[in-house]
Design a protein around this ligand. Structure first.
Ligand code: ATP
Ligand code: MG
Length: 448
């Protein structure tokens, strides 16, 4: 009656046996379970319920003389207990708390899953497996790792994987993009400063090394540091201590260093741009992340992985990739590596109308033929402009449809409404063009 009055759905069972059957059939959010019952007692029912689903929240109800059993029950997995006689307030507060807790747990699990899938390393090629093997060996140690490889190969992802598999996984992972911070700010970014230590230092700032204490610092684009910063970083690596600008105090830090670069450091040393002693400090465990064109076997796996993620992230219908399209994606040289592949898949998912991404949907340069100039909006050419007449508001799909329609009408006019000719110029099968004309209700304009 208490629960019904509060508009909770509620089912009763007259025995433990009946209760177990009910739970398995109806999957309730929460179980209130008496201890003293005919036949199977509450403790046994609790064990059986949890053997089936350990996450099911169970609140024990203790009568006269069973309070200690109820306490015992919370130790063996019950989430809380209520004393008889039941007070309506206590019941309501307990139920509310348990349900809120359950929602938080669910949310937490979802977020964790989302983060994990975001940083999941996909691929099964021999070169990638070699990278993962190095990660497996390096991760449990405190050794400095130097990640080398072209832009977009996944160096950051590897750095995060090292951290997540290290004893420091529960601590911070602090990323510093050495190329993105202006030269005059990088020292205060890395080491921090005291208030008033220079003009503009209105507040004290904790540097990245200090923030990463006990955790991992990821020095990205390490080849782009000025010689002055290189000297300072070298000192931290040697002494494991930092000094904030404007302070005489040294602070001891315990950080694991992972560095990454896409420049050839040995050449930079030859040119006198990178300190050799810093290079030796960083190059303890070098891991070369190979370009995508050297591990083409990973491409289908990556395409499917991105397609799935993108359809979830953008609320798009899932799409399959036609074998011929997949072959072309596998053959392409991918100068921008995995980042470029990801962007391509994203674009295909948004721009393709059918259930399946066909070879014809690919950009001409990926298809490999000496194709016509890229259509308006194709990213290989000049950046797409918003066609006049297209709405700047509305959903992506509305925008896309309007833009596509305007583009088709224009092209048809240019070829005097000759379908075959238009299909050829815009490099799409005639059947597809017919489909589009019907879809958008395009008819030849009267004045031609
Ligand atoms: N093996 C992989 N599985 C899934 N996604 C990956 C993989 N490798 C890289 N990615 C994704 O590709 C993109 C580029 O990766 P990342 O930023 O790690 O590259 P990078 O080597 O640091 O590039 P840059 O040198 O340009 O900074 C990211 O979105 C990343 O999540
Ligand atoms: Mg990076």
């Amino acid at each position: 009656m208490i629960l019904e009055y509060e508009h909770y759905g509620f089912m009763g069972a007259a025995s433990g046996q009946e209760g177990i059957a009910l739970v398995q059939h109806d999957r309730p959010d929460l179980v209130l379970l008496d201890i003293k019952m005919q036949g199977m007692d509450g403790m046994e029912v609790l064990r059986k319920l949890h053997a089936h689903d350990a996450t099911l929240p169970v609140v024990m109800i203790s009568g006269h003389g069973t309070t200690s059993t109820a306490v015992e029950a919370t130790k063996s997995g019950a989430i809380d207990f209520l004393d008889k006689p039941l007070s309506s307030e206590r019941v309501i507060v307990t139920v509310q708390n348990v349900l809120r807790q359950r929602d938080l747990n669910l949310e937490n699990r979802e977020l964790k899953g989302a983060i994990e899938s975001k940083y999941e390393m996909v691929g099964d090629s021999a070169p990638l497996r070699a990278v993962l093997e190095s990660v497996r060996r390096a991760a449990p140690t405190n050794a400095t790792v130097l990640l080398l490889g072209e832009s977009g190969v996944g160096k950051e992802l590897v750095a995060r994987t090292v951290h997540r598999n290290s004893p420091r996984a529960g601590q911070k992972f602090i990323q510093v993009n050495c190329a993105a911070i202006p030269e005059e700010l990088i020292e205060s970014e890395l080491f921090g400063h005291e208030k008033g230590s220079f003009t503009g230092a209105t507040e004290k700032q904790i540097g990245k090394f200090e923030q990463a204490d006990q955790g991992t610092i990821f020095l990205d684009e390490v080849g782009d540091m000025s010689s002055r910063t290189q000297a300072k970083v070298l000192r931290v690596l040697q002494e494991q201590e930092v000094e904030r600008l404007g302070s005489v105090r040294t602070i001891t830090v315990d950080v694991r260093i992972i560095a990454a670069t896409n420049t050839n450091l040995e050449e930079a040393i030859q040119r006198g741009e990178f300190r050799e002693d810093l290079y030796f400090r960083l190059n303890v465990i070098p891991i070369v992340v190979p370009p995508l064109r050297e591990r083409r076997d990973d491409i289908p796996l990556l395409v499917r992985h991105f397609a799935k993620r993108i359809s979830v992230d953008h609320n798009l219908r899932p799409r399959r990739f036609d074998p011929k399209a997949m072959e072309a994606l596998k053959r392409y040289h991918w100068r921008g590596n995995i980042r470029e592949l990801r962007n391509t898949v994203e674009r295909l998912m948004i721009m393709t109308t059918g259930e399946t991404v066909q070879f014809e949907d690919l950009q001409p340069d990926i298809r490999g033929g000496a194709a016509a100039s890229p259509p308006v909006g194709a990213p290989s050419g000049a950046p797409a402009e918003i066609p006049s007449g297209a709405p700047s508001a509305g959903t992506l799909r509305e925008f896309k449809d309007t833009a596509e329609r305007a583009y088709l009408v224009q092209k048809l006019r240019e070829s005097d409404w000759n379908i075959s000719k238009t299909a050829e110029t815009i490099d799409t099968p005639r059947s597809n063009l017919y489909k589009k004309l019907e879809q958008y209700g395009i008819k030849q304009d009267v004045d031609g």
